[in-house]
Design a protein around this ligand. Structure first.
Ligand code: HXC
Length: 257
């Protein structure tokens, strides 16, 4: 099975496990990844998700070039849509998703990372959109999400040149949030996930949805979304618990309701 899922406490760890292909994604792994995120989306015991790659060389080295090479245009369209559906499922997952980028995150691998809420990288990480060197443009959201994350000027440069970016540069340009020694990466991702998991889960979900949907609309529409999300939280027990706990000077016990 190319996709492994483990759950510890309230955090799911999703590992792309094709190390002999540097975790390149073929149709089977994309379908499994999609099914995994669809399942995790409806699992309320999961408060945060980490995505990483097996082995110490790659997060995901992109789409599987061997599988892609002989596709017809209509097969390529289906393949682009399948990878886009995976990225959209990650982006729309109710729980925050953290990419633990433990090596190469190229092409489709960079696009999967871009669909995650938070990107953490190891010092050995290398990111980029090298598709034009293979004769194609990015196909799983790179032309849309990279400009939204690092701005259109730099995104254009990286996509037109296909240049690979090392961890330190990725940090400087805002492509990743933090860089850690390889041996610490997963531990740091787990600590961040645990920090998120301690908070009121519905409030975190409402925040994620307001950010995600707000990025696609104008400010006034985004503020309207935010006000609705804020009001909706007042129908939850966790809102009363969180505010009562503060006033009673104790730790809140959130139930996710
Ligand atoms: C298929 C891949 C692969 C990939 C690596 N491998 N990346 N197979 N698809 N994307 C395989 C290699 O063929 C090789 O198999 C084995 O993994 C180890 O890789 P090496 O190349 O020997 O390792 P190294 O020399 O260290 O180079 C690492 C690398 C290089 C720089 C990451 O493998 C590389 O450039 N890979 C391709 C990266 C890329 O262009 N990604 C974008 C793909 S396009 P063997 O059998 O020789 O051991 C894309 C489009 C998405 O993602 C949108 C689609 C619609």
């Amino acid at each position: 099975m190319p996709i492994q899922v483990a759950q510890e406490d309230r955090v799911a760890l999703v590992t792309v496990d094709r190390p002999e292909r540097l975790n390149a994604l073929n149709t089977q792994s994309l379908q499994e990844l999609l099914a995994t995120f669809e399942r995790l989306a409806s699992d309320s015991s999961v408060r945060a998700i980490i995505v990483t790659g097996a082995g110490d060389r790659a997060f995901i080295a992109g789409a599987d070039i061997a599988e892609m090479k002989d596709k017809s245009p209509s097969e390529a369209l289906a393949f682009a849509r399948l990878g886009q559906a995976v990225c959209s499922a990650i982006e729309a997952a109710p729980q925050p998703v953290i990419a633990a980028i433990n090596g190469y995150a190229l092409g489709g691998g960079c696009e999967i990372a871009l669909a995650c809420d938070i990107r953490l990288a190891s010092e050995t990480a290398v990111l980029g959109q090298p598709e034009v060197a293979l004769g194609v443009p990015p196909g799983w959201g790179g032309t849309q999400r990279l400009p939204r994350v690092i701005g259109p000027g730099l995104a254009r440069e990286l996509i037109y040149t296909g240049r690979r970016v090392r961890a330190e540069e990725a940090l400087r340009i805002g492509l990743v949030n933090a860089v850690y020694p390889p041996a610490e990466l997963l531990e740091r991702a787990r600590a961040l996930a645990a920090e998120i998991a301690r908070n009121a889960p519905l409030a975190v979900r409402l925040s994620k949805e307001a950010i995600r949907r707000g990025l696609d609309v104008d400010l006034a529409a985004g503020l309207a979304l935010e006000a609705q999300a804020f009001a909706l939280a007042f129908s939850t027990a966790d809102q009363r618990e969180g505010m009562s706990a503060f006033l009673e000077k104790r730790s809140p016990e959130f139930r996710g309701a």
